[in-house]
Design a protein around this ligand. Structure first.
Ligand code: PLP
Length: 443
């Protein structure tokens, strides 16, 4: 059969549908008829199965911090597998090397434990917080995402809510199958609303084990907590004996060497890490105060933590190599300057077309919002023109720039983006915006 290149992805997708629900391995990879099949990755580029190359700003939802197939990381991993092995279910000593690197960059980390995904790291941190405080409830913030485990799969239905509505959005499960028993252990508050924070603690403070927050919401267009809000969180948790957990799965080792805690100059009691710590290899961790982490113990009152693949050598060697580069080179500041240069070029384009816009979050993972002011929380995001963003994003994808066509997902920058031709970026962004506005204005 002579397959037209454009049809190849459809063919692979049709094949995959007979093996997996929706024909994908992860619900979020399903883009209907536009579902993408990638062949190779290199530096800042991904190339699909038809041979079309994209500069990638999606970066697998954030893990790629240096670039795809970075030899500084891959060689360490390959050498480790060849010379030592992949896993053995015992300690190897590499764990301490990785922990030391993490601690050198994140001063809040006194003790850490490893896991395989952000989801697992959040589970470990929440269980440890409950074990330490003896309390049940975890407070989460609207628009944050903390992984696909039932108790964190409750969200405010901001999409089904309108900014004119006085009542708060309804709390809904992320689809079917989420245990309704988990609902009662979660409370949801809106970001940057100090009164809501005080109210929840006034009502239920004695039962709150922790507040977990993405201080820069990597799953909500990088909308960020204000300095005052983070301080209020810290103070409120302190005064009620609750723990503050920063979910730094996206921000860790990316927005600064010491993550969001370094940017705010405020330390959490526990923090979770994943994506950037392995440049694409599956590795995660949680850690923080020694007295809290020491609740993990083998006695019958201790918090249980572990897992077959925990701290396997693939994960540890990747983390060791990636964290060494992030600690000892200018990678993090290069990423910051490249991100700022990209924002400048995008801003030039939006201004030329008279499109009101704002950027949220740090340059290493910034959100683009078609609204005059930076949104302060998820509810504010509803007032931005997310339809125009989606149309603009698909225009960029058509022209060879890959990103998530949803303004709730930030633009991720990696070190290899420093090779980017900014004039090309400005040209295709102009074309994509022109097309998106024409579409919006057509009857
Ligand atoms: N926490 C945050 C802030 C995340 O962004 C994610 C995933 O995007 C997770 C937790 C879950 O991580 P994983 O997908 O590795 O389980």
């Amino acid at each position: 059969m002579n397959i037209e290149s454009g049809d190849l992805q459809n063919l692979l997708h049709a094949q995959a549908r007979s093996h997996m629900p929706l024909g994908v391995a992860d619900n979020y990879r399903y883009w209907g008829d536009e579902t993408v099949f990638i062949d190779t990755m290199n530096g800042p580029y991904i190339t699909d199965v038809t041979g079309k190359q994209y500069v990638d700003f999606r970066l697998a939802y954030g893990p790629i911090i240096l670039g795809y197939r970075d030899t500084r990381i891959d060689e360490e991993v390959v050498n480790c597998i060849r010379n030592r092995g992949s896993m053995c279910g015992f300690s190897t000593g590499l764990e301490s090397e990785v922990a030391e690197l993490m601690k050198a960059m994140c001063p809040n980390l006194e003790l850490v434990r490893f896991s395989n995904s952000g989801t697992e790291a959040v589970i470990g941190a929440s269980r440890t917080a409950r074990g330490f405080t003896g309390r049940e409830k975890i407070v989460v913030v609207e628009g944050s995402f903390h992984g696909l485990h039932d108790e964190m799969m409750w969200k405010s239905d901001v999409e089904g809510w309108s900014p004119e509505q006085v009542e708060a959005p309804q709390i809904k499960a992320f689809g079917a199958g989420v245990s309704s028993n988990t609902r009662s252990s979660i409370e949801v508050i809106s970001l940057n609303d100090v009164q809501a924070l005080r109210n929840i603690f006034a009502q239920q403070g004695d039962d709150i084990a922790a507040v977990i927050i993405e201080p820069i919401m990597g799953n909500c267009g990088s909308i960020a907590a204000t300095q005052d809000y983070v301080q209020a969180l810290r103070d409120t948790c302190n005064s009620h004996g609750a723990l503050l957990i920063f979910d730094e799965v996206k921000t860790g080792f990316r927005v600064a060497q010491g993550g969001a805690q370094e940017l705010y100059g405020i330390q959490a009691d526990l923090a979770t890490y994943a994506k950037a710590m392995g440049n694409g290899y599956p590795v995660a961790a949680f850690g923080g105060r020694a007295d809290v982490m020491s609740r993990i113990d083998i006695n019958e009152n201790g918090v249980v933590h572990g897992g077959t693949y925990t701290a396997n050598l693939l994960a540890m060697s990747a983390a060791k190599a990636t964290l060494t580069v992030l600690k000892d080179t200018e990678a993090v500041s290069t990423i910051d300057s490249v991100g700022k240069a990209i924002q400048q070029r995008l801003s030039n384009v939006f201004s030329r077309f008279g499109v009101e816009h704002s950027f949220a979050g740090p340059a290493a993972m910034f959100g683009v919002h078609f609204a005059s002011d930076v949104p302060q929380n998820y509810r504010d995001w509803r007032s931005s023109d997310s339809q125009l963003y989606q149309s603009f994003a698909f225009g960029l994808i058509e022209r060879g720039l890959m990103l998530e066509p949803d303004s709730r997902e930030p633009w991720f920058i990696c070190e290899a983006h420093d090779q980017l031709d900014l004039d090309w970026l400005e040209t295709i962004a102009s074309e994509a915006m022109d097309a998106a506005l024409s579409k919006q204005n057509s009857p």
